[in-house]
Design a protein around this ligand. Structure first.
Ligand SMILES: [Zn+2]
Length: 232
């Protein structure tokens, strides 16, 4: 978006133009992340590697076609700072920007050439209401934009029946916890290569349960992408 100069000046008063990774001032031609950080942040390039450490996280747990992670994630790192801006500082633009960076890389990778839809891991609705947005969805928007495909945040949702939950038996409550994800429109996802995305992958537990449900849809081929991979 291009704003007239005076509006641009006003916006930069509200949001000082600093790098979302290192906090240094951005030059006029730089957007969101400074040139130094862009070249020095630890890209994983796992989308180019067979049997990558991220692939191995899901071995024996979910049948994934491919996995991709933009950066290696470490505590107190610039990558953590970036994700903190996205999750807790209202910086939806950081998520979109990071999605565009990974999307441009995936566009060149054969393994991702038939991806038809980007699907964000749905956020618990209470969390989403508090934050105002789903951070993974912002990342998905950037990915889909760069890969020139559709982003779908409505066909796969999180079920949130906490109100009735208190009245249920203990067994029914357990069932309810198990069924945290739900497909609302299987025809929108069937027979497609879906790219399921999350912000950070640590143990892979959330993605594993989401993957099981998506893989139960007819003809779905599933890959996974994240911003940060926290390797132990
Ligand atoms: Zn920087």
């Amino acid at each position: 978006m291009k704003f007239p100069g005076f509006i641009e000046d006003f916006i930069s008063l509200l949001y000082p133009r600093v790098c979302a990774a290192c906090g240094n001032s951005l030059f006029k031609h730089e957007e969101i992340i400074c040139t130094y950080c862009l070249y020095h942040l630890p890209k994983t390039n796992y989308h180019l590697i067979k049997e990558s450490p991220l692939d191995k996280v899901f071995w024996g747990r979910a049948r994934l076609a491919n996995t991709a992670a933009l950066y290696n994630f470490q505590k107190k790192s610039k990558v953590q700072h970036l994700i903190h801006q996205l999750k807790y500082k209202g910086r939806m633009d950081v998520g979109i920007h990071l999605g565009k960076i990974l999307g441009a890389d995936l566009l060149k990778a054969d393994a991702f050439s038939d991806v038809a839809k980007v699907v964000p891991v749905p956020l618990h609705s209470g969390k989403q209401r508090k934050r105002g947005y789903n951070q993974s969805e912002q990342f998905a928007i950037g990915l889909a934009h760069a890969m020139n495909i559709e982003m779908d945040a409505t066909s796969f949702i999180r079920t949130t029946n906490t109100e009735t939950q208190t009245r249920k038996s203990r067994f029914a409550r357990w069932e309810n916890v198990k069924e945290i994800f739900k497909v609302t429109a299987p025809a929108e996802l069937a027979n497609r290569h879906i790219l399921l995305v999350d912000d950070v992958i640590t143990t892979g537990a959330t993605l594993e349960s989401a993957a099981h449900i998506l893989l139960s849809i007819e003809g779905v081929k599933l890959s996974v992408a994240c911003i940060g991979f926290a390797r132990d």
